[in-house]
Design a protein around this ligand. Structure first.
Ligand code: NDP
Length: 292
């Protein structure tokens, strides 16, 4: 098998599976999953994400609802929209694109979403479920990481996993997922001592730091599986920019057993997992099992 984990191909396969299952529940129960994406403000990167999400939602046979609000939107107005979407039977998933403008309390908005329509897995109810190992919705990027690792390694039981980064959206949920797979999990962060030595113990190394190419080849145990979540834009030749991960790919590739590239690794999996989560919520809300 190839050393480089092709996230683009994996995401395409996952979207194909979601599309097949969407067609199945439409045929059996006349259910068409609907995903509502809420964008507040004009952030160009967020606009691109929202456009891509809408396009891929429609491609798998779901309904896409986009709500674009000005960056002057008040907390009350945004809460009222969330309430409206919570009560809309056509909407099975609600995603509020982050970050939100400063006048808005992000946590309050996320926790206003009906947990059964929370497709990001950021609602406290779903965060708690993941923490105690109850079924629920898992954040998209961590879910994509886990799917790729399991696809490569199969049974993860007993493997030593090191997660670099402890954010609520990536590091902590990735660690919870790996723990649930019976890995021995180590979470590291900016105060960790001897980070290089900790990384070198990893059979599975997940980098979610946001520091371009911080992790070098000599931080990696030979044969380890390396999942690079980082997306960093750096200066390139000719005044251009290019995307790199948190791992220095050239040196890491020589040592790792398996490695995700940036771009084309974890990134494409995130939207595919969002669609997977929307399908799951549509089935949960309607009291049916997700088709096999
Ligand atoms: P955050 O900034 O929220 O968290 C970064 C984490 O890295 C923190 O826990 C921080 O530690 C730790 N950290 C920072 N510097 C160091 C250091 N020198 N040594 C060790 N640990 C360090 O970032 P996110 O988790 O939101 O994102 C991480 C990366 O993943 C970013 O590049 C982001 O763009 C990318 N990303 C990619 C996604 C995708 O779809 N592929 C989705 C989400 C994020 P401390 O807690 O101590 O401050």
């Amino acid at each position: 098998m190839d050393k480089i984990i092709d996230g683009k191909a994996f995401a395409e396969k996952l979207r194909g599976e979601v599309a097949r299952k969407v067609a199945a529940i439409k045929a059996s129960d006349n259910i068409v999953p609907g995903l509502a994406v809420v964008l507040v403000g004009e952030d160009p990167a967020s606009q691109v994400y929202v456009r891509n999400k809408g396009k891929q939602t429609v491609e798998v046979g779901m309904q896409s609802f986009e709500h674009k609000l000005p960056d002057t939107t008040s907390q009350d107005d945004l809460m009222a929209l969330i309430d409206q979407l919570n009560g809309d039977d056509k909407v099975h998933g609600i995603l509020v694109q982050l970050p939100l403008p400063a006048q808005i309390d992000e946590k309050a908005v996320i926790n206003r979403i009906n947990p059964q329509k929370d497709v990001d897995g950021f609602h406290l109810d779903n965060v708690g479920r993941l923490a105690i190992g109850d079924p629920g919705i898992v954040p998209c990027t961590p879910l994509g990481c886990l799917m790729m690792v399991k696809d490569q390694l199969g049974d993860l039981s007993g493997l030593h996993a090191v997660v670099v980064g402890r954010s609520n959206i990536v590091g902590k949920p990735v660690a919870s997922l790996l723990l649930a797979e019976n890995c021995t999990v180590e979470i590291t962060h900016s105060r960790t001592r001897n980070l290089q030595e900790e990384c070198k113990r990893a059979d599975i190394l997940v980098a979610a730091v946001g520091r371009p190419e911080m992790i070098k080849g000599d931080w990696i145990k030979p044969g380890a599986t390396v999942i690079d979540v980082g997306i960093n834009r750096i200066e390139a030749e000719g005044g251009k920019t290019r995307l790199v991960g948190d791992v220095e790919f050239s040196s890491a590739e020589a040592v790792a057993g398996k490695i995700t590239p940036v771009p084309g690794g974890v990134g494409p999996m995130t939207i595919a997992c969002l669609l997977h989560n929307t399908l799951q919520q549509a089935c949960t809300i309607n009291g049916i099992a997700v088709p096999g």
